[in-house]
Design a protein around this ligand. Structure first.
Ligand code: ZN
Length: 138
């Protein structure tokens, strides 16, 4: 998958993977099933779903699920993430924007109501001034 030479088709393919993943979402409270497909700089793809919890604060979004899976498998830099929901465009929430900013401030965010009407935005458009500690302070 190459976003430089074939961006539109690649975006649609990634969006399809997000849609397929959304089937596994656990959303008994909102009924809003979301899937995500995250592409890392080496071409690996990680999917994620939203997972709700009876203790609402323990809920995690599809985007962060995909990131957690990828980071725990050793990926650190990402090219694009597609987010898909069944009935409407799913835009990453503020927590997910900040979460993504930590690893890839220039990641492309692919959303849309369906694969034929995709919106591709940079994270910088969605989060113009993200927070980041200076590196090397751990
Ligand atoms: Zn979120």
């Amino acid at each position: 998958m190459n976003f430089i030479t074939d961006r539109e088709n690649s975006a649609a393919e990634l969006y399809d993977m997000a849609t397929e993943a959304s089937v596994n979402a656990y959303a008994p409270f909102s009924g809003f099933k979301v899937g995500a497909a995250l592409l890392d700089e080496n071409g690996r793809i990680f999917t994620g779903v939203n997972i709700e919890n009876s203790s609402f604060g323990a809920t995690i979004c599809a985007e962060r699920t995909a990131f957690v899976k990828a980071i725990s498998e050793g990926s650190r830099r990402f090219t694009a993430i597609a987010v898909a929901a069944e009935s409407q465009e799913a835009i990453p929430c503020g927590i997910c924007r900040q979460f993504m900013f930590e690893f890839s401030p220039d990641i492309l965010i692919i959303t849309g109501e369906n694969r034929r009407e995709l919106n591709i935005r940079t994270l910088e458009e969605l989060l113009p001034i993200g927070f980041r500690l200076q590196e090397g302070r751990q």
